[in-house]
Design a protein around this ligand. Structure first.
Ligand code: SOE
Length: 383
């Protein structure tokens, strides 16, 4: 008989993030020795039929079609928010005020104002809260953080970060919610740019304190997704305006005096999920590419970079899984963040990254949008 204390989980959303979070809730207890045993009590979605199918496929015991009913339930102590950003604030604040613990997908919110309200609610609530920047839990990125903390990199001079995808290069790709500002808040900037801003701040321990930015929307009109096009809609009626950025490029200063460059684009044809970061310091450098996520490259200056295969038992999180050399994947990073969240809930510690960390990222995103909008630092090159 397990002596673990059970804790009920209610998840809202069942698309990509819902599926990968479900994998984390299912697997965490099998690989990590935790004081709490999560029970996958209920999943919520608007469509009863689709939510019931998701519950059966993903392992949830019950369903709700209104998130407000989910957060009222006595069998839910943790609320896991896997919805588009336009609902993060409403759900998280209501769940915290109902005394629940909350883990919320990134970006924390669609605006700084929403993120500030979430931080206030978290500070006033008994429950614990975390924003799900899962790349902090890639063993190689956690090892990079360790190297910086150990002083192996020295003073940070440069951060070069890029998050390159190509899933919307086809102009016929439909106008999904991620391409609509009212739902997503922004485009590549908030979706994948948020990850590299957080990763840069996490690894270096410093903040981005100022930016100068360019954004662009390459394809400005797209076909509406079939269900929203309407029967018999003509081509003209069945398209919609893209209201977010397709790409955001920005440079910035770091709180320690270094310089940073960031690229977030969904038009890097051939790059599928290339989240890359390089840290150049006064004593050493680091390089990481998620498309080779079990490797970290380190240089202490002399003979260039050495490859570290981050699969040793003393590397962050790795010891819970497989023998050296067998490697981990994208889904393991979510199991790691759920493990850390459950440990924090069990011990009363504050989970990291906190909602305040999420607000810090939101402030950078807002500064990028302001800079790109007024173009104040952009100088035309005369012919
Ligand atoms: C974008 O398509 C996306 O799903 C992001 O929303 C996730 O945060 C990232 O981990 C993978 O790509």
């Amino acid at each position: 008989m397990s002596d673990k204390t059970g804790i009920g989980v209610g998840m809202i959303g069942y698309a990509f993030m819902g599926r990968v979070h479900s994998q984390a809730w299912r697997s965490v207890g099998a690989f990590f020795d935790l004081p709490l045993a999560p029970r996958m009590a209920v999943i919520a979605g608007r469509s009863k039929e689709q939510t019931e199918a998701a519950a059966a496929q993903l392992g949830w015991a019950d369903v709700e079609t209104d998130w407000r009913e989910l957060i009222k339930r006595d069998d839910v102590q943790i609320v896991d928010i896997c919805t588009p950003g336009d609902s993060h604030a409403d759900i998280a604040i209501a769940a915290l005020q109902a005394g629940k613990h909350v883990i919320c997908e990134k970006p924390l919110a669609n605006t700084v104002a929403e993120a500030e309200a979430m931080v206030r609610a978290a500070a006033a609530a008994p429950g614990k809260s975390m924003v799900a920047f899962n790349y902090r839990r890639v063993p190689a990125i956690a090892l990079a953080r360790r190297y910086v903390e150990e002083g192996r990199i020295g003073e940070i001079r440069h951060v070069r970060a890029a998050y390159l995808q190509d899933w919307i290069v086809d102009p016929e790709f439909p106008l999904v919610w991620r391409l609509q500002k009212d739902k997503a808040g922004s485009g590549a900037l908030g979706d994948i740019g948020a990850h590299i801003v957080d990763a840069a701040q996490f690894i270096t321990g410093e903040n981005v304190v100022g930016v100068s930015a360019l954004t662009e929307t390459f394809i400005k009109e797209r076909p509406l997704a079939a269900e929203s096009a309407g029967l018999g809609a003509s081509r003209a009626e069945s398209t919609g305006q893209v209201t977010v950025d397709d790409a955001a490029l920005f440079i910035g200063r770091l709180s320690g005096g270094g310089l940073a460059s960031f690229e977030a684009t969904r038009f890097a044809y051939g790059r599928k999920n290339a989240m890359r970061i390089e840290i150049f310091g006064s004593r050493g450098s680091l390089a990481f590419d998620f498309e080779a996520m079990n490797e970290l490259w380190f240089s202490s200056g002399g003979g260039g970079f050495e490859r570290i295969l981050v699969t040793e038992p003393d590397h962050p999180y790795v010891g819970a899984w497989w023998p050296p050399g067998h490697g981990l994947g994208y889904e393991h990073t979510f199991t790691h963040e759920i493990k850390d969240f459950l440990e924090a809930v069990a011990t009363g510690a504050d989970p990291s990254p906190s909602f305040a960390d999420g607000l810090r990222v939101q402030r950078v995103l807002e500064a990028v949008e302001q800079s790109a909008a007024d173009g104040s630092r952009y100088t035309n090159v005369e012919d």
